[in-house]
Write a protein that binds this ligand. Structure first.
Ligand code: NI
Length: 175
């Protein structure tokens, strides 16, 4: 057998309405889910992302892959994640999203979180995170609720982003 790289998935682009779908819980951590996890990691790495929610690849189940490490060797899988705790202290930091290419803006987030989730083996884990990982978890968990980070911005900023993305898309089609 040849060692085939997992096929990449298409990432939905804002304002695709499918990004507003609320994900349902994963029913069982089986081979289908593990294959999806592999393809999501490959897709995220190919796009130079640090997190990807299943919602972004048009699979509406509560599944997130994350790797915020520089060496891309600390994969984190969150299945059916739920917040156990969010720090009352928040901070505004710059965020981007593979579904909103080229756009970065400030979002206020808790600086630390604790989440309970299943891992790729289906085992329940409690994960404490701070700084970039905490922000990434909050950003990806928003996706599972059908929320894109630009929805934290003002309506005016959101309109500007939509017209900028539409223009970029028109130019890509013309090229
Ligand atoms: Ni995102």
């Amino acid at each position: 057998m040849t060692d085939l790289a997992p096929a990449l998935l298409e990432i939905l682009r804002y304002p695709d309405p499918r990004l507003h779908t609320v994900a349902r819980p994963v029913q069982g951590v089986d081979d289908r889910i593990r294959a999806l996890i592999e393809r999501m990691f490959a897709t995220m790495h190919a796009a130079n992302g640090i997190g990807l929610a299943a919602t972004q690849v048009d699979v509406h189940e509560r599944l997130i892959v994350i790797d915020v490490s520089e060496a891309r060797d600390q994969p984190l899988v969150l299945i059916n994640p739920e917040f156990e705790w969010l720090s009352p202290e928040t901070r505004k930091g710059e965020e981007g999203c593979l579904s909103v290419p080229g756009i970065y803006d400030g979002v206020e987030r808790a600086i630390a979180v604790r989440v309970r989730a299943l891992d790729a083996q289906g085992l329940a884990r409690s994960i404490e995170a701070q700084d970039m990982l905490a922000v990434c978890i909050q950003h990806e968990m928003d996706h599972l609720l059908g929320r894109v980070f630009v929805e934290h911005l003002s309506p005016l900023k959101r309109l500007r982003i939509q017209s900028k993305l539409a223009k970029a898309q028109r130019e890509a089609l013309r090229a």
